[in-house]
Write a protein that binds this ligand. Structure first.
Ligand SMILES: *Cc1c(COP(=O)(O)O)cnc(C)c1O
Length: 388
């Protein structure tokens, strides 16, 4: 059965007021802190941890469980858990699999707050954090130590779009006690399946494409059988949970994800190709373009590309000219985050810890939304004219 079909069918709701089964197409949103037990025996079981039902509001109310089951199936995982936000999912994953004395490897193009948590918090707990070049592959071997316990990658990195050789990394550490984690937000499980490539953990900022409407903050972590037990025990211990209403929105987002991503992909590629021909544009950073340095890896491992990419300019404008370009755009909103129906733009200078052509360059990053691509191209064309 096709993914789109599975997602449309997922999780019908069955409750029984008046003895009749109620079937709404989407599951009901339960809210609550206290869950009432029907008997003293159930209460005792809940206290001893052997109650089979849901025992408290933090114990993953139904919409959360439905969303997790659907995403778990898409990622091909053994278990999935939702978190309040993407960064919360990342932080909890890092805490699950590290302890004082460990050495961990993080790629240099990782989401900024992920790197900051490692460098400012984990190091304080005695974890040694080492940065990896953003295009790391089989060279990973040269970074491994006796104490290496975790490798955290993001492919492509959501600002500079380098791709790592995930298969080579997974192969190089086989048989060692190292947990491999990928932030899979850019591709979503529709376009990349990290667990199939040998990774242990796949993380989604559900806030982005799965939510898809810029009205949700949510994260999710899917794990394989190998690390499942440790992950679930930590989730439970930390009393993590996600909002029932948020999970219902996320489940709704999953149902239309294939349609939206197809559109994001098509428009973003068309706009990337158009920019690539534009005389004011230097480099377009989009893994789907043959000129991208790791295009071959994208071709090998990914089944599509989403709507987020960046470009540099041949002549970097002064602030005034840059403002004229950006402020004259009519269709691109200025704001953080991405993956929604509305096109967005950010512009920033990226500082890297490894030498490379992008270091300190001005990057214009576009999140291509669901508008007609020709309208977006026209808008960029008139905006870029202000740079001349
Ligand atoms: C936005 C983002 C996150 C964090 O997600 P939030 O839900 O906003 O906390 C994590 N990773 C990547 C790649 C992101 O772009």
């Amino acid at each position: 059965m096709e993914t789109t079909t599975r997602l449309a069918q997922f999780a019908e709701d069955f409750t029984a007021p008046g003895g009749k089964r109620l079937m709404t197409v989407n599951p009901a949103v339960y809210t609550g802190s206290t869950v009432l037990f029907r008997s003293y025996k159930d209460l005792q079981n809940a206290l001893s941890g052997s109650y089979p039902g849901i025992n408290y509001g933090t114990d993953r109310l139904p919409p959360q469980r439905d969303f997790e089951a659907a995403l778990c199936e898409l990622e091909g995982g053994a278990a999935c858990r939702a978190f309040q936000s993407g960064i919360n999912a990342i932080i909890n994953t890092l805490m699950t699999f590290t302890k004082g004395g460990d050495h961990i490897l993080i790629c240099d193009n990782v989401y900024g707050p992920t790197a900051r948590f490692c460098q400012k918090v984990l190091t304080g707990y005695g974890v040694e954090v080492e940065l990896l070049p953003p295009d790391i592959g089989e060279d990973i071997s040269t970074h491994l130590r006796e104490t290496t316990r975790l490798i955290f990658l993001e492919s492509p990195g959501s600002n500079t779009f380098e791709i790592q050789d995930l298969r080579a990394v997974a192969e190089a550490i086989q048989g060692r006690d190292i947990v491999t984690v990928l932030d899979n937000t850019w591709a979503t499980p529709l376009f990349l399946k990290p667990l199939e490539l040998g990774f242990d953990v796949s993380i989604q900022s559900v806030t982005k494409y799965i939510g898809g409407h810029s009205d949700l903050l949510l994260g999710a972590v899917t794990v394989n059988e190998r690390v499942k037990e440790q992950f679930l025990a930590f989730y439970h211990l930390m009393e993590n949970f996600a909002s029932p209403a948020g999970c219902a929105v996320a489940l709704k987002g999953l149902r239309t994800l294939p349609l939206r991503l197809a559109r994001h992909q098509e428009s973003a590629l068309a706009i990337a190709r158009w920019l690539d021909q534009h005389p004011l544009v230097d480099t377009v950073l989009h893994p789907g373009l043959p000129s991208h340095p790791q295009h071959h890896l994208w071709m090998r491992d990914f089944s599509g590309s989403s709507g987020l990419f960046a470009f540099t300019l041949t002549q970097e404008p002064n602030d005034q000219c840059l403002a004229a370009f950006i402020d004259n755009l009519e269709l691109f909103g200025l704001g953080f985050s991405w993956g929604g129906f509305r096109s967005l733009l950010t512009a920033s200078r990226i500082k890297r810890n490894f030498p490379g052509p992008l270091n300190n360059r001005l990057l214009i990053r576009l999140s291509i939304g669901l508008e007609a691509k020709q309208d977006l191209i026209n808008d960029l064309e008139q905006g870029l004219a202000h740079l001349l």
